[in-house]
Every structure is written in structure tokens, then in C-alpha cells.
Design a protein around this ligand. Sequence first.
Ligand SMILES: *Cc1c(COP(=O)(O)O)cnc(C)c1O
Length: 385
Amino acid sequence: MNNWIRQESKRKQQSPLYRNLVITDKNTPETLINGERKILAASNNYLGLATDARVIASAQEAVERYGTGSGGSRLTTGNLPIHGQLEQELARFKQTEACLLYSSGFLANLGVINALSDSETIIFSDELNHASIIDACRLSKARIIIYKHTDMKDLEKKLAEHRNHAKKIIVTDGIFSMDGDLAPLDTLNFLKERHGALLIVDDAHATGVIGTLGRGSADYFQANVDVTIGTLSKALGSEGGFVCANNETIALLIQTSRSFIFQTALAPASVAAALMSIHIIQSEPERQQRLLKIGMVLRKALNQLGYTALNGISPIIPVIIGCAKHAVHFQNMLNENGIFIPAIRPPTVPENTSRLRCTLMATHTDEHVQFIANTFRKIKHEQLS
Ligand SMILES: *Cc1c(COP(=O)(O)O)cnc(C)c1O
């Protein structure tokens, strides 16, 4: 092995930020973590659809019908009938003209942001945007201007400094993945119109979660978003990414977006699972309602206990601890009490904002939620005594 790799690997192992892989049996409210029974309160399987019998059956049927792999990229031999079908359903769901699938949300961001920008473009990006947006910006030839997190005054000032620049893109998470707060799409909508910018929203955590029937953050704010990125891997319980936009934008992406062109089409099982999930999300709105309701219950309970659970309406409830070591210690205490919530540390979040990113699923019972709140209370008392 190369010496520098050995040295670097060893250095990482000694760091308090060293990351370990734990084995989750499956993403259900009660599951096995490294073989031990725990309540899981950190999954992005928000609506419980990844283990829904109907979604599983849909994936199984697609495997029987089409096989396990799609065999080629969409532009060669991999374009199966269900790919177009899912794109139609997603476009209808998001109320846009068209949609295009990618292999993941990460690759959708890389492919879309790069295809829609060039060296003449300025991209205005929220400082807490997801890593895939950051990497997409780095890969692009555009000039990148970071604005303060959801700070519309800062964005407006920066847009105004480039008033005469023709090509401008504003890009933001819809629901921020580690803070659970919402981008103010009403104001963003206003600013993008005023400054003639293109607005791209990454709705990975908002799809199926907020807005009418789970349509996402544009619906929630009644905002006019030009391009919406999404993932099939969170509330939809499958795997894959997508982009929704008007016909011209999608047509351009098909010609120029490298992570669309040079990737094998999504596996049939993933597509069929997502098709069933989209159907369930729209026909069973009680799932979304329950998710938001128990999220509010837990958020309120944690704040009343004196924790810093950031305010908001989303099911992402970050309990800010501060230093990375304390966050890991807190994770261990929760674990000893039968709850699994991994500590989120830098570089995923800024220094001194390490946290327990608590998320709920619609399938958590009231007893689960109560147990989680009680355990946080118990730990607080132990710390004070
Ligand atoms: C999870 C996530 C992604 C990546 O989606 P994948 O389908 O898992 O690749 C992109 N953006 C945001 C905001 C996310 O939270």
C-alpha cells in the first residue's frame, strides 16, 4: 500500500471525527442496529414506504417482468416503458410539464446544475446547501457566490451587485437536510423574478412531506420554481433521482446532462417501487399528516425539556449539542436506552454545531414518540444530577 494512504488512514482513525459503519437491519421504527433491538429515530424513510407491502410487491413484479438491471443508458437500450411512466407521474405530481430520471439525487444535482450553467453563469448558493449541490457547483464552470443561510437580504444584495449579468441561477435546498428548516421560497420567488434568475430547488426532504398531498416546497409556498430536483430514496422509499421542469429544460438536459447520458438507466425494481409510492402518497394523505403531527409533538416536547431543537414544521428535528465529542456521548447514552440516532458532526455540519438529527416516520406509534421524549428527559436529568 502507498505510504501516504497508510499515514492518512491512520490519522483519520485517531480523529474524534472518525466514522464507523453500523448495520441497520431495515428502516422500520423498531429494528436491529448491529444486532441489537432499537427504536430508530433517524431514518429518511419518512412515510414508511420502503417496507410497505404494496411497494415491495410492485418492485417484485417489475423484476419478474423486466429483470434486475435495465441493461443500458436511457439513450441506448435501457429506456424501459416504466421509466417514461414514472416521469409522467412525477411531472403530474409536481405539476410541471416534464420530468427526467437520474440514478440518484446526488447525480441529478451534478447533471442538472452543470448542464444549465457555463462560464458566463453566476450561481447563488445557500451556505447550508447539500453536499451534492456544493460539488455540482465546484464541477461547473460557473462563478459561485455563497449567500448566508436563508438570508434574503444578503442574497438580494449579492444579486444587485450583479444586476447586469445575464445568466444567474439561485440554488437552494427546499427543506435543509441537517437543520430541517425551509428555504423561504416566497421571497426567493420574488427575488428570482426581480433579478431575472433561474430558481433551482432541491426538494429531497420535502417531496411527500410538505405541500398539498406531499407535492413539496413549491406547492407549500405557492412559489414558481423553474427546476425542482428530487430523490426517490427518502419519502418515496426507493432509490433514484429526478428533475422536474418545463419541456424545453428537460429536452436540453437529455442532450447535454452528462450524468443522465453516461449512466445506466434506473433498475426496474426502483422505478416500479417509486410508481407505487407516488400512488400511495396521493391516495393516503393521512401518512403525511401523521408524520407532520408527531414531528410537532416531539419537537415541542424536546424544547420544553430545555433542548435546542430548532423550530420548524418538518420531520427533521435537529437537537444541537455543540462539540462533536459530546454529541457522540449523547448518541451512546441514547443507544444504551434503546434508541438509535447517529450524531452528525463536521464536515456534514459546521464546527460546534454537532447534533442528533432526529427524524420520525409516519409509522412510529404514539408510544414510540413518547418513549423517545421520555428518554431525552431521563438523559437530561442524569446530566443535571
Ligand atoms: C439525500 C439528498 C440528496 C441525494 O439524494 P440521493 O438520491 O440519496 O443521492 C440530494 N440533496 C439533498 C438535499 C439530500 O438531502
